[in-house]
Design a protein around this ligand. Structure first.
Ligand SMILES: Nc1ncnc2c1ncn2[C@@H]1O[C@H](COP(=O)(O)OP(=O)(O)OP(=O)(O)O)[C@@H](O)[C@H]1O
Ligand SMILES: [Mg+2]
Length: 272
């Protein structure tokens, strides 16, 4: 069974998609089988993996409205071990079209169930909203990975996400856990960054992951080349920090389960 991680924060531009793409690739480089599901109508994870969002092939929208099966929407990528379910802009319509369906909050979970046996990780890239798409992702997920900017209003954003998680736990998904809080675009030269990071660690303790993602131009450039940073510029600090994140997540999974199918030692290797 795959571990399903939703990457969520309703605040925009905090690094959700960058994390989804690069963690997915880093886990795949560690010999894990990974399915990256783009749950955001902006389709940035789709284009960042080099797939045209508006191509006529099946996307998550058709899956959610019951037109095609999930397996029909899964695409291979240029990156070994990493598959993608792409999004397209019409995915925004699913928020409206599903509203009257009894299964409106569980439809994604039902579709992912069939794929779970074929992967070690399912990563769900959420939109910057606590909408029905995000609720579906939180309902399907075992845990939530929360990317956060080290800035003054960081804590405000996380409060409503935590409230939504409490509500999802009290309904469809009582076991929903926090995978971790990930500090992104970390700039150690700024004293504010250090202050906010210290406050977050004091407030959330072990929930804040040890790995921090530095601000790094290669991470911003890679999506325009349609590839993860470890493929675009594997030696960059940004790519290395996501390999480190994969190691930390695998090590936590190992402690939790006693074992994982994929190797914690391997995310240095860049496979293509
Ligand atoms: N560590 C980083 N260093 C430099 N640039 C980054 C980094 N992480 C993300 N970016 C850039 O910041 C912008 C926002 O990142 P990203 O798209 O990952 O955020 P997001 O949370 O998914 O946004 P949205 O809420 O719109 O979906 C992008 O242009 C991305 O390339
Ligand atoms: Mg995004």
């Amino acid at each position: 069974m795959a571990r399903c991680i939703a990457i969520a924060n309703q605040k925009g531009g905090v690094g959700k998609t960058t994390t989804a793409i690069n963690l997915a690739a880093s886990l795949a480089a560690a010999d894990c089988r990974v399915l990256l599901v783009d749950c955001d109508p902006q389709s940035n994870a789709t284009s960042g993996m080099g797939i045209q969002p508006e191509s006529p092939d099946a996307s998550l929208y058709q899956v959610l409205i019951g037109e095609v099966s999930l397996s029909a929407a899964i695409r291979g990528t240029g990156f070994s071990g990493l598959d993608v379910v792409p999004a397209s802009h019409n995915l925004a319509g699913a928020n409206v079209e599903l509203i009257d369906a009894d299964s409106r909050e569980t439809v994604l979970k039902q579709h992912l169930r069939g794929a779970s046996a074929n992967y070690d990780f399912l990563l769900l890239d959420c939109p910057p909203a606590l909408d029905l798409l995000t609720i579906n992702a939180l309902t399907a997920a075992d845990s939530v990975l929360i990317p956060m900017h080290c800035e003054y209003f960081a804590l405000e954003g996380i409060t409503s996400l935590m409230r939504t998680m409490v509500s999802v736990r009290s309904g469809q998904n009582p076991a929903l856990a926090v995978e971790g809080i990930l500090l992104t675009m970390y700039d150690s030269r700024l004293s504010l960054t250090g202050q906010v990071a210290a406050e977050l660690r004091e407030h959330f303790g072990q929930l804040v992951l040890n790995t921090v993602i530095p601000r790094n131009v290669r991470l911003a450039e890679a999506p325009s080349h349609g590839m993860p940073a470890i493929q675009y510029e594997g030696r960059s600090k940004g790519a290395q920090s996501y390999l480190e994140l994969a190691r930390e997540i695998l090590s936590r999974a190992r402690k939790r389960l006693g074992n994982t199918d994929c190797s914690e030692e391997r995310p240095n290797a860049i496979r293509n």
